[in-house]
Design a protein around this ligand. Structure first.
Ligand code: AP5
Ligand code: MG
Length: 210
């Protein structure tokens, strides 16, 4: 099954992608995570992406489309995957179609902007393995330390309040129109994402009949 998770920054795409990945045994592909890893390793693609990411803008389509193509060609994607954070623009969605990829469902996780700031300011992410926490809603057992690998759980640079405002603006302008794009193709399911993680998961899993 090939799935897309749509939603504003902090809507819970990554959180729900992990749940689905565990349940269906297919990988979560987060272009944000891949880009952050590239920035950390100082690769050519990371150098191109860094300033866009830090300002809350989108990385140019051709860079991200190239990354995605390479990733879905890997062996673990044979039985499907969950796209978390891709596509983010109409040209990215068209690129998927031009690759001949069939998307089974697109789940839009809808959370009002007012809820987003609190979620993102409290998020902590492991520097080493990328696991995500929230100081209030999902704290690690030991403050600042990742439960899974013992790495440091820190705040993402782009979770600073001013950058979140910019990310939301970018989302409404460039990514939100994708809901309509997939609705016209009969693929879109909307899920309210304001409730607790486990309640949202139930709705997401029901939406994809898992
Ligand atoms: P990316 O990493 O994809 O960031 P994003 O889309 O802004 O999404 P987030 O990771 O912030 O949100 P999420 O929905 O995954 O939320 P999460 O589950 O963590 O992209 C970063 C940057 O990379 C972009 O700005 C762009 O520059 C670039 N980029 C990436 N892809 C690109 C593309 N395709 N094209 C161009 N550029 C691209 O949840 C957030 C927090 O809330 C967590 O702390 C979590 O614990 C908590 N939480 C989750 N669910 C709940 C709940 N139900 N109740 C309470 N708390 C909750
Ligand atoms: Mg994410």
């Amino acid at each position: 099954m090939n799935l897309i998770l749509l939603g504003a920054p902090g809507a819970g795409k990554g959180t729900q992608a992990e749940v689905i990945s565990e349940k269906l045994g297919i990988p979560q592909i987060s272009t944000g995570n891949i880009l952050r890893e590239a920035v950390k390793n100082g690769t050519e693609c990371g150098l191109k992406a860094k300033s866009f990411m830090e300002s809350g803008a989108l990385v140019p389509d051709e860079v991200v489309i190239g990354i995605l193509k390479d990733r879905i060609a890997e062996d673990d994607c044979k039985n499907g995957y969950i796209l978390d954070g891709f596509p983010r623009t109409v040209p990215q969605a068209e690129a998927l179609e031009n690759m001949g990829i069939n998307i089974d469902k697109v789940v839009s996780i809808d959370v009002p902007d007012e809820v987003i700031q609190g979620r993102l300011s409290g998020r902590r992410v492991c520097e080493k393995c990328g696991a995500s926490y929230h100081i209030q809603f999902n704290p690690p057992k030991k403050e600042g330390i990742c439960d899974k690998c013992g790495g440091n759980a820190v705040q993402r640079k782009d979770d600073a309040p001013e950058t979140v405002i910019e990310r939301l603006r970018t989302y409404h302008e460039q990514t939100a129109p994708l809901a309509d794009f997939y609705d016209k193709r009969g693929k879109l399911v909307r899920v309210e994402g304001q409730e607790e993680v486990k309640d949202t998961s139930k709705k997401v899993l029901a939406a994809i009949n898992a």
